[in-house]
Design a protein around this ligand. Sequence first.
Ligand SMILES: Cc1ncc(COP(=O)(O)O)c(C=O)c1O
Length: 361
Amino acid sequence: MNEVLSKEPTLSLPLTVKDIENTRINTVDFDNIPFGRVFSDHMMHCDYANGKWGNIQIEPYGNFSLSPACSALHYGQAIFEGMKAYYTVDGEVALFRPQLNAARFNRSAVRMSMPEFPENDFVETIRYLVAKDRQWVPKDANKSLYIRPYMFGNDAYIGVRTSEHYKIVIFTCPVGAYYSAPVTVTTASKYVRAFNGGTGFTKCAGNYAATLYPAKLEKEKGYDQIMWTDGLEHKYIHEIGTMNVFFIIDRVALTAPLDGNILPGVTRDSIITLLKDEGIEVQERPITIDEVMAAGREGRLTDAFGTGTAASVSFIRLLHHEGEEVEVPVDGQHIATKMKDRLNNIKTGREEDKFGWIVKV
Ligand SMILES: Cc1ncc(COP(=O)(O)O)c(C=O)c1O
């Protein structure tokens, strides 16, 4: 089990490690972990200067200092990723398709005019970090160690330009079982998350900041999440909050295409593979809100669900668009249920990993 710890990770960048003998873990109540507030012992950081990345540094989790002029805080060169490490039924710690997160991180970086980070180093560092803090991975089913890699422009400089200095950080935090009650979603007629040529396909910080105010307004009206539509006509469905979205209409699975407006979700890609594996036709194409509402009205919309790392598959129980509400009975969503179960079974080793998705730590 300690294979990774006994041998150094295979990195292209130099590695320096500062260990901590920490008893902090003894104070953590793993039965009641508040989401995103408890952090494990070690973190990784690495600085970019003079056109190249320096040492990958593994250090005790702790604060660092920044210049008040730090460029990311003004001009928003900031990107992140989100993934999980968890126990399989065989008692091993695993990651789910981390190479896809590494590749997406770099696509975000390129769009934000930031330097790419070697993808193998990204994955290997995470393996090493998780192996080091293995005792922080919760053992209970559905609990996990959340992994947060991010990068930001770190010039002490005022002026709109591509930064010359960057910092990448990866820290981890144990999180409880994520139960997502079936959600209600609404379209937003005034606000837009993404538009052609924009940054919709990236995990840049600004994408999330811009959704908070519209989401607050819709929450006040009683809807859990916004289902974003295109910026030109508000006609085509993009995605929901932090999830990609699927509809099953007349036994055909529909999901928005990767046209630059939506985040290419790791879960989305996996569910498409599993749907096809079940013999279900999948259409990745522009979906109009009108066709989904009509199918809902006519009883042809059998399943509606969001996909994402947090909840894997979240059932949608109600869709709202321009004053009309359509309900999707949750207990009738047999395809969504099957997809959720299969995905979770493959992740945890209950079902054979025939697509080679699991990376053991
Ligand atoms: C905007 C957005 N869409 C979709 C997703 C789902 O992506 P993934 O399945 O990789 O978690 C996320 C979560 O990362 C997201 O933030």
